[in-house]
Design a protein around this ligand. Structure first.
Ligand code: ZN
Length: 138
């Protein structure tokens, strides 16, 4: 069995954003040489997400509105977590959007449904954040 590990770094210039990272993940898969197996992708931080969904701008604005309704960023004072930090909403948003994506690898490709794409969801940006890519198989 082959094993591949890579850490990607994203430095998003805003507090929140959704970035389609599918091209970078496909590059990792190519580099790994693995044809059959499983790919895991997760942020190494607790205020960002990796998730699979549609690359459609309207939906991304809907996610933003939905998450702001559930866990509004402000006022910062509404959260117990916000003492030295102001990112309680980011922890909550990440919990809703999930930690990781796992994708089957078949014939050297990501075995996606028609509209599936992998996104990095940033909820507390403006600093470098790491995303782990682990692929196992043969
Ligand atoms: Zn925090």
């Amino acid at each position: 069995m082959k094993s591949y590990r890579k850490v990607l770094t994203f430095n998003i210039k805003s507090r929140r954003a959704f970035i389609n990272i599918t091209p970078q993940i496909e590059e990792c898969l190519k580099e790994s040489g693995i044809k059959e197996g499983l790919l895991l992708c997760n942020p190494m931080h607790i205020t960002s997400s990796v998730f699979i969904n549609d690359d459609e701008g309207g939906l991304h604005r809907d996610f933003e509105a939905f998450l702001e309704k559930l866990a509004p960023e402000k006022p910062y004072s509404q959260y117990h977590h916000n003492g030295y930090e102001d990112n309680a909403d980011a922890h909550l948003k990440r919990t809703i959007m999930g930690r990781e994506a796992v994708v089957a690898v078949t014939g050297g490709k990501l075995d996606f449904g028609t509209w599936e794409q992998i996104f990095y969801g940033e909820f507390d940006g403006m600093r470098p954040k790491r995303v782990l890519v682990k692929i196992i198989g043969e």
